[in-house]
Design a binder for this molecule. Structure first.
Ligand code: HPA
Length: 247
């Protein structure tokens, strides 16, 4: 089954999602951000989980990523499309751009980032050279083309810790490192998905220029406007992608 993890601004799949069941929040790793919703989205069986909680009450560094991923796995999820609001660093990542990043660099710290915590007495090392699923990325690209929706089929996601935005120097370092977008929630989510063998891709929506890229300071008003408008374009893309994947 496919799951969608909703980021900032995406707290439901819309009126045409019909709820069949919901899983409790309890896992061996603590509580999930919200109940995992299981249902049908225009005949496609799908799971949905809002990363920041149903009403956006959980900050990026406080999300229980392990519980979220574990609960999705228990619910029978084998593929995840994760939606992330991001800041644009490189010139092709202007606000309102949609991107399917190909790579990521993790600058976050202090987060429970692995299922490998000694509970089973084993140490696992997983390959993470290509952090995102090529198959899911291709489906997102194909669905965007069908909808005639512009999407940047590349990018390197830099994951900062938040919840504050970055300094201009931090963004300049990320740019030199090769990051084209910056967000606060891409990791450890992607790495945890790999550890438990769930295919994972990120659909990033650029909602502002990252710190120091534009002349002005980062404005929450601008972010909210871009978020609202962007989410309207995201839902049809997610649905078209789900139909392609589950066909
Ligand atoms: N930085 C980090 N995370 C973000 C940003 C940003 O500029 N915009 C949206 N999420």
């Amino acid at each position: 089954m496919l799951a969608i993890i909703g980021g900032s601004g995406l707290y439901s799949l819309g009126d045409d999602f019909h709820l069949d069941d919901q899983c409790s929040r309890k896992t061996p790793y603590g509580e999930t951000s919200a109940d995992v919703l299981l249902g049908c989205w225009q005949d496609i069986e799908i799971a949905f989980l809002p990363r920041h909680g149903a009403g956006h009450s959980i900050a990026p560094h406080a999300v229980n990523y392990r519980a979220n991923l574990w609960a999705l796995k228990q619910a029978g999820v084998s593929r995840i499309i994760a939606v992330n609001a991001v800041g644009g660093i490189s010139s092709e990542m202007a606000p309102a751009t949609l991107s399917i990043p190909r790579q990521l660099i993790d600058y976050s710290s202090g987060r429970e980032h692995s299922f490998c915590d000694g509970r089973d007495g084993l140490v696992h090392h997983v390959d993470f050279s290509q952090p995102y699923s090529a198959t899911l990325r291709a489906s997102l690209k194909q669905a965007a083309a069908r909808l005639d929706l512009a999407i940047v089929d590349s990018g390197t996601y830099g994951c900062s810790n938040g919840p504050r935005f970055e300094t201009a120097a931090e963004i300049e370092r990320m740019r030199r490192d090769g990051c084209s977008i910056v967000g606060m929630t891409g990791m450890p989510e992607a790495g945890l998905a790999r550890e438990i063998d769930i295919e994972y891709a990120c659909l990033a929506l650029v909602v502002n220029w990252a710190a120091g890229i534009a002349d002005s300071e980062i404005s929450m008003e601008e972010i909210m406007v871009n978020l609202e408008q962007g989410i309207q374009r995201l839902r049809p893309l997610l649905l078209a992608t789900a139909k392609l994947i589950e066909a």
